[in-house]
Write a protein that binds this ligand. Structure first.
Ligand code: ADP
Ligand code: ASP
Ligand code: MG
Length: 436
């Protein structure tokens, strides 16, 4: 072999070693118009020009999934879930094809893939299927031919060959699962804010952008309502240690990196505040006390496949007890009807329900080593005149249920009390309009 051939081989090897594989996922706002999709194509092309490979994952254009669900609700009261998934998965197929067209037109050959074509195999459940496995053969074949695969997020195929969807926000999980299966160098979740903040910047204007967040904290934040990442995507990332970054498709900032190492630096007591408005509260009171009374109340709820989040039971002096629990708002009417029937059977004094509640949580690994965090939380809320209705805690979080109308006030007050505010509140986000 001649000297120049050796140099050539050496350079090729160097080039191959420096070539990274990125999964780039673009959310609804990021593909919300043709102009935005052109911009997505430019972002992907920049990564290609830097010598890297890219697999693109796209969400439906913003508002499209809600529009499709609205159509279903207009059509029938109780949709067939197979048809539901067939319909709502079309949103992603529009954006995948448009994105692939724009990339190809700019001189970078691309091909769109439905979840099924991308080999995404899920369990046989509609509306919130888990991904079981990904057969990456078709994606690998495209990459080998230097074709950019553009995959529809949020959808897969069950073993029976049915279209399934992965739950709201599920395109994040598609991206993370593909990153795990292809052992990508980084999974980049492009969205409409600069990364993960100490709280939703649309609600807390003084929220601070976090350059890094531990997996543990991100898991809690996502599980407690910070929808910047779908809860399941964070769990999936943790299981396979997927390098995961959240960043903006509107700016060039590095965003937030999810870290897997425990930092040795002293952590703030509270590193973030999360909330959700998706729960409702049901109470049954004056139930004659017996050891199995809570089980008797909750069993019919479980039988109806309704998930319960928080539970509170207290026994009163007259030897009766009250039980309060929260369910998803979508299940509220159904759960209330079930409890009303149970109340009659158990000779309870009454039942009440409230679906205008919010669950507000503070999260921080620093809480482990310190006491007084709960007290500070309750004092701050009391000073603002906010009544706490339910409480749950874990090692690194405290959650309270409050009246929904005080949510903004309470979130901002806690953010300030736990020293999370930036000195210059961001002007970018409308603090009043909350994106659903
Ligand atoms: P996408 O369509 O890109 O998937 P989402 O609407 O699902 O975007 O998630 C991004 C939104 O998450 C932001 O616009 C913001 O309002 C909200 N959000 C909630 N909590 C946080 C947080 N802690 N940090 C950043 N964004 C948050
Ligand atoms: N389009 C789906 C939704 O709106 C999935 C996603 O955006 O991640 O929930
Ligand atoms: Mg999302």
């Amino acid at each position: 072999m001649g000297f120049s051939a050796i140099i050539f081989l050496f350079l090729t090897l160097l080039w191959l070693l420096s070539m990274a594989l990125y999964i780039q996922k673009f959310g609804g706002t990021s593909v919300g118009s043709i102009e935005r999709i052109q911009h997505v194509a430019d972002t992907v092309i920049k990564t290609k020009q830097a010598g890297h490979q890219v697999v693109v994952v796209v969400s439906a254009m913003s508002g499209e999934t809600d529009r499709l669900i609205g159509l279903i609700n207009q059509a029938v009261d109780a949709p067939n879930l197979r048809e539901y998934d067939v319909l709502v998965s079309t949103g992603e197929q529009v954006s995948m094809a448009l994105t692939a067209m724009c990339l190809s037109a700019k001189g970078y050959p691309a091909r769109s893939y439905t979840g099924a074509q991308a080999g995404i195999k899920t369990e046989s459940i509609h509306q919130k299927a888990h991904i079981n496995d990904i057969d990456v053969a078709s994606l690998k074949a495209a990459l080998a031919q230097d074709i950019i695969p553009v995959v529809a997020g949020f959808q897969g195929l069950s073993e029976e060959g049915e279209v399934t969807t992965l739950g709201r926000g599920g395109s994040d999980t598609t991206a993370v699962a593909i990153a795990a299966a292809l052992k990508a160098d980084e999974c980049q979740i492009y969205t409409d804010v600069d990364g993960v903040y100490t709280a939703d910047p649309r609600v807390v204007p003084a929220a601070r952008l976090l350059p890094t967040i531990t997996l543990e904290e991100m898991l809690e934040m996502a599980g407690l309502g910070a929808k910047v990442l779908q809860n399941r995507s964070v769990r999936y990332a943790g299981r396979f240690k997927v390098p995961l970054r959240v960043l903006s498709s509107f700016s060039n900032n590095p965003g937030t990196l999810i870290t897997y190492e425990e930092s040795t630096m002293e952590k703030p007591l509270v590193s973030g505040i999360a909330f959700n408005r998706s729960e409702a509260k049901i109470s049954i009171f004056g139930v004659p006390f017996k050891p199995d009374v809570t089980a008797k109340i909750l069993q019919p709820i479980a039988d109806a496949h309704i998930d319960i989040d928080m539970i509170l039971q207290n026994t009163t002096q007259d030897n009766s007890c009250d039980v309060t629990f929260t369910v998803n708002r979508e299940d509220y009417r159904r759960a209330l009807a079930i409890v009303e029937t149970t109340a009659k059977e158990l000779a309870a004094r009454g039942v009440s329900g409230d679906n205008k509640i919010a669950k507000l949580s503070i999260v921080g690994v620093g809480m482990r080593a310190h006491t007084g965090v709960a007290n500070k939380m309750f004092t701050t809320l009391a000073e603002e005149g906010v009544t706490v209705q339910l409480i749950t805690t874990s090692e690194i979080k405290i959650s309270v249920v409050i009246d929904e109308k005080y949510l903004e006030l309470a979130a901002r007050a806690l953010h300030t009390a736990f020293d999370l505010d930036v000195s210059e509140p961001t002007e970018e986000f409308d603090p009043v309009v909350i994106k659903k």
